[in-house]
Write a protein that binds this ligand. Structure first.
Ligand SMILES: C[S@@+](CC[C@H](N)C(=O)[O-])C[C@H]1O[C@@H](n2cnc3c(N)ncnc32)[C@H](O)[C@@H]1O
Length: 226
């Protein structure tokens, strides 16, 4: 998979060079190319912002550098072009899995008070939010999406099971997990996990998944207990 990012702050993506994602990038399991929107500004001072027509607080990203940057990166419009925006549809695990199946993704990071609407209308396929709150720029949102998507690229995670049995994979939260020691600070691991009885362990885990989801995220059950 190829992932391109249009941003005013390419250096912010250094955060993706560590851990599991960093190793995957180093191994070439997917390609990440960062593009500085400012490099496409036709303004002699490389400006990329201006005052909003009609007044209002703050500045907006002007359309020319963004439009030229997006179309230089993806001239034939082969990539799924995503503008990170609090107005977008909130990213879910289901959408993460769908996006992991795309051949090419282009993330566009806004800044200031956002971007000129004409860029969204002319150049963007979808607006994506990472939650109902406002960040100063799209970089952290793009990194969150890229991190989540990369986990579904073959070879990125050590064990195929890692994405199968975790929170949201079957619409439920993950069951509680324990490791050694069997007793910590006087608190023992549930007996069933030490029993070696895999059927009982599975039953226990399923019951805990339902219990936890009901308690912490009843919205995920939507009335249909599994
Ligand atoms: C300060 S925000 C602009 C907010 C905009 N004025 C509004 O009220 O919708 C600047 C940039 O941060 C990014 N951003 C902020 N919050 C976000 C979120 N929840 N999800 C994704 N991107 C976000 C977007 O790229 C946006 O253009």
């Amino acid at each position: 998979m190829k992932i391109d990012v249009a941003t005013l702050f390419p250096e912010a993506f250094d955060g993706l060079k560590v851990g599991v994602v960093g190793k995957a990038l180093a191994k070439g399991l997917f390609e990440l190319r960062l593009h500085n929107i400012r490099d496409y500004s036709a303004d002699k001072h490389r400006r990329c912002d201006d005052y909003p027509f009609g007044g209002g607080a703050g500045m907006l990203m002007t359309p020319q550098p963004l439009h030229d940057c997006i179309n230089a990166i993806d001239p034939a419009h082969r990539a799924r072009r995503i503008y990170l925006s609090p107005k977008g549809k909130t990213l879910t695990q289901r959408r993460v899995v769908e996006l992991a199946g795309e051949e090419a993704l282009l993330f566009v990071c806004g800044a200031y008070e956002g971007v000129d609407q004409r860029v969204i209308d002319l150049d963007i396929d979808e607006e994506m939010s990472i939650g109902d709150y406002v960040l100063t720029g799209g970089e952290i949102a793009a990194m969150a999406a890229i991190n989540a998507i990369s986990r579904y690229i073959p070879g990125v995670l050590g064990s195929e099971q890692s994405t199968d049995e975790e929170s949201f994979s079957d619409g439920l939260l993950e069951y509680p997990q324990y490791t050694r020691p069997a007793v910590f600070n006087g608190v023992a691991v549930p007996d069933v996990l030490l029993s070696g009885n895999h059927a009982e362990v599975d039953k226990w885990r399923r019951a805990r998944q339902l219990e936890l989801t009901r308690k912490l995220r009843p919205d995920l059950l939507k009335g249909e207990d599994k």
